[in-house]
Ligand binder design. Structure first.
Ligand code: PMV
Length: 341
């Protein structure tokens, strides 16, 4: 049987999705904006089987493939069901997936993973050229909402379907991501300081679920619209001075909400603080670099290409940093002709 392989990138959120109106359908409380990465990708191969059940394989550190945990398999099979239902098909699949970066370390592996799975399964069913809107929507319905943004390259907005603060009665249809600008519009880099490897202790799903228990969450939702405008304008005019401070405000906000949720969630490690301090020092020395974190301890340092080498070298020198991943804005998912099995 023929195979379909898709490499889908992770993304780093400039304006964060944190908190959902409907967690099952991943309908967000606020619009978010991200930059799609280039090198941090999930590769997924899907093959249609003649009969039997779905088979799910996950790459192992030695390069081979093994059976993932039951929860992972369950989420994959549920997503395959959604893709089958959307395409009006019933065949079972064999699926294998591999990340180029540490899984489940707050580097958006679920976003790239579910985007790759959705696009590869759609491709296997002959729907490779379905509208991006449908593929984004379908990826979002995996439950990892940020996967909706990983189906597009460059700078991407996933608009809030209901208007800030409105809860309930939201139609599912309008919630998909759109491209604000392609990767060639603005060459930004993301130097990722990895201070912790291994799965995060609390999933982003739990973070979304608890966000509204923070006394500061309502305030956050009030602040987001102005930040969205700033980030849209910064992208449009390639204004790093406008973008940078908003990145840090958003990141601090997300973690403050997490730390003040009930029960509280602490994603930071001592290494996180060391990197944040180093980034501030780099700025004092005149380098254009700003830090942002998703739901994990590792720090994404967004900078312009001229600053990248210096930023990477300085972060590599920090004892708390295990290693640094150099990435940047990327073109989005690609269908590949080499398969994982
Ligand atoms: O898509 P999820 O449910 O894994 O949530 C993503 C949450 C953040 O990464 C922290 C923010 C974002 O917008 O990507």
């Amino acid at each position: 049987m023929s195979k379909t392989t898709v490499a889908a990138p992770a993304n780093i959120a400039f304006i964060k999705y944190w908190g959902a109106r409907d967690l099952e359908r991943a309908l967000p409380m606020n619009s978010s904006i991200s930059m799609t990465l280039d090198h941090c990708v999930t590769r997924c191969t899907v093959e249609i089987l003649d009969g039997g059940h779905d088979e799910v394989w996950l790459s192992e550190p030695d390069g081979g493939f093994g059976s993932p945990e039951a929860e992972f398999t369950r989420r994959v099979v549920e997503q395959l069901d959604r893709v089958r239902q959307w395409a009006g098909r019933e065949e079972p699949f064999r699926v294998a997936t591999r990340n180029t970066f540490p899984s489940a370390a707050g580097l958006a592996s679920s976003a790239s993973g579910f985007a790759a799975l959705t696009l590869a399964a759609a491709g296997a069913l002959g729907r490779k050229d379905a509208p991006a809107r449908e593929l984004s929507q379908l990826s979002r319905r995996s439950g990892s909402g940020s996967a909706a943004r990983s189906v597009l390259g460059g700078y991407v907005e996933w608009p809030d379907p209901g208007g800030i603060g409105k809860v309930g009665g939201i139609d599912d249809e309008p919630s998909y991501a759109i491209q604000l600008a392609d990767a060639s519009h603005w060459d930004l880099r993301d130097v990722i300081a990895v201070v912790e490897i291994g799965p995060k202790v609390v999933s982003s799903r739990d973070g979304h679920r608890l966000a509204h228990t923070s006394p500061y969450y309502t305030k956050r939702l009030e602040l987001v619209p102005e930040r969205l405008q700033k980030v849209r304008r910064a992208i449009e005019t390639r204004d790093f001075d406008l973008l940078g401070p908003v990145l840090e405000e958003e990141s601090t906000d997300l973690h403050m909400i997490a730390m003040t949720s009930q029960p509280p969630i602490f994603y930071w490690s001592p290494g996180t603080v060391a990197v944040l301090r180093a980034v501030r020092e780099l700025r004092q020395e005149g380098l254009a670099a700003f830090a942002t974190l998703d739901a994990g301890a590792n720090v994404h340092v967004i900078c312009d290409p001229d600053s990248e080498d210096e930023v990477a070298e300085r972060l590599e020198d920090l004892p708390a940093v295990g290693f640094v991943i150099r990435d940047g804005v990327g073109d989005g998912p690609e269908h590949e002709t080499t398969h994982l099995f």
